[in-house]
Design a protein around this ligand. Sequence first.
Ligand SMILES: [Zn+2]
Length: 71
Amino acid sequence: MKIKCPKCNKNAEMPLDYSMVKCGSCDLDMSYGEYVKFIAHNQPKYSDILGDYASGVSTEGQTAGSLDEWD
Ligand SMILES: [Zn+2]
């Protein structure tokens, strides 16, 4: 899918699995995690939303792990 490049504001490409972000107009080539951090760093108003997203993912992983241990 097309997304906005955080460096040059032109069209960058991101696969549907969100694995990476690549821009043909500049040398941008980073993982989605790095892209999210890059956006959050440059646009502080988004950092709260992205922080909620990150903590939700990590909590889910911890819950699954502890359930396995109790079995
Ligand atoms: Zn770019």
